[in-house]
Design a protein around this ligand. Structure first.
Ligand code: NZQ
Ligand code: ZN
Length: 385
């Protein structure tokens, strides 16, 4: 029997022009720090809209949060928060700016060295500054969840933390704000969201019909709309469907009460930390091979996936599983993401170092049954070459 709690406090403001309404969500006396990345939101006018909407507040600005946000950069923002007694954070950007802002929100009120928030066995977050987001890149779901992934460049470590204290209080999802995304980021977003769904769906059956069918609806939508966004980037309806799909892919709804397997993400984080691949590129490389290596444990769900997502309703089960894994890879390639380590110049010689990093970060029993040991991860990496 399913037994779970589901809590998600993020208020979603979805649609054209919604930035103008954020005043309703931020107390008027707040000292607000607006955080963004390398400047895309400046160029496309989103930042001007945000500042116009915040007229009358005491405002501060912090720019330069990089993709795969770094502890080194974020700690500079923490200094600014302390110096200016900032009490509200507003992230304007993609998953990196949002994740970075979550870390700043927690680090600013943390007693001790904030890196320990991310370390295995580290201190849990007990409080954080309130924050909101204006999303410009649908992908991570960070706008409606309490997770954050931070890189410490000096240690080549990319680690995650979760805390209910860093749920955004509100997130603006205006699909028009995604029109300026480079094709590579559209692709990244679709593949990231797709893999989030798969990691909460492709495990073993627990008769969670709602979670399964919601997950299948999200996968079918991503498969249908993803390629359209590449062909016709200014189609509002396509962008809306993708934006809502990627938020729902990782806001806790489809994962509530069901087994989950985040091994693709954990192995992927090591690839980004060591070789600098985009987050979604790592997932496109690892997932098809993980499904292959773990096909026995995932057999029943793989058959369901083959039937309901790819329409393989007849024939030998093993052939249907083969075909479903093949279609998964082909979908990533249709989204213009390469699916082999060798496509990114990574060879066999990197595998021992990656294994070392997995071990150092405690990633030694991954998967829905904790059966993805270092040996299994090595097999997955070898198959990914
Ligand atoms: O920095 P700027 O100039 O803003 O440019 C960004 C960046 O270069 C650009 N961009 C964003 N919106 C744009 C735009 N360019 C033009 N027009 C727009 N509207 O896109 C580039 C990539 O941005 P980034 O935020 O890094 O991408 P994404 O949203 O894919 O975030 C990836 C990060 O999120 C983490 C990943 O590990 C990675 O660090 N994840 C966070 C999760 C979470 N919090 O739940 C879960 C995910 O699995 C993931 O691990
Ligand atoms: Zn992801």
């Amino acid at each position: 029997m399913l037994d779970f709690n589901f809590k998600n406090p993020t208020n979603i403001l979805f649609g054209k022009g919604k930035i103008a309404t954020i005043k309703e969500c931020i107390p008027s006396e707040s000292r607000v720090l607006v955080l963004y990345g390398g400047g895309s939101v400046k160029k496309n006018g989103t930042l001007d809209e945000v500042f116009a909407a915040l007229h009358g507040y005491t405002l501060f600005e912090f720019s330069g949060i990089e993709p795969n946000p770094s502890y080194e950069t974020l700690m500079k923002a923490v200094e600014l928060v302390h110096k200016e007694s900032i009490d509200f954070l507003l992230a304007v950007g993609g998953g990196s700016v949002i994740d970075g802002t979550k870390f700043i929100a927690a680090a600013a009120l943390f007693e001790g060295e904030p890196w320990s928030i991310l370390e295995k066995g580290g201190t849990p977050v007990k409080k954080a500054l309130p924050m909101g987001t204006v999303l410009t890149l649908p992908a991570t779901g960070s706008e409606m969840n309490c997770g954050s992934v931070i890189t410490r460049k000096s240690l080549q470590a990319k680690l995650a933390f979760m805390s209910p204290h860093v749920f955004p209080l509100f997130s603006v999802l205006d699909p028009e704000k995604t029109y300026t995304l480079p094709l590579r980021q559209i692709s990244n977003g679709v593949v990231d969201a797709f893999v989030h769904v798969v990691e909460q769906y492709l495990t073993y059956p627990v008769n969670a019909k709602i979670q399964d069918r919601f997950a299948e609806g999200l996968l079918l939508t991503l498969i249908e709309e993803g390629p359209k966004a590449l062909e016709n980037p200014k189609d509002y309806e396509v962008r809306s469907n993708l934006m809502w799909a990627s938020t729902l892919a990782l806001n806790g709804l489809i994962g509530a009460g069901v087994p989950q397997d985040w091994a693709t993400h954990m192995i992927g984080h090591e690839l980004t930390a060591m070789h600098g691949l985009d987050h979604a590129q790592t997932l496109a490389v690892i997932l098809p091979n993980l499904l292959e290596v773990c096909r026995q444990g995932k057999r029943e769900k793989l058959i369901q996936y083959a039937e309901r997502i790819w329409g393989f309703n007849e024939g030998d089960n093993d052939q249907r599983i083969d075909a479903a894994i093949d279609q998964t890879r082909k979908f990533f390639e249709r989204m213009q993401i390469k699916t082999r380590l060798s496509d990114y110049g990574i060879g066999t010689d990197s595998i021992p170092d990656l294994e070392e990093k997995l071990k150092a970060h405690g990633m030694i029993r991954l998967g829905e049954r904790q059966e993805i040991t270092l040996d299994v991860s090595r097999k997955i990496l070898e198959l990914s070459l």
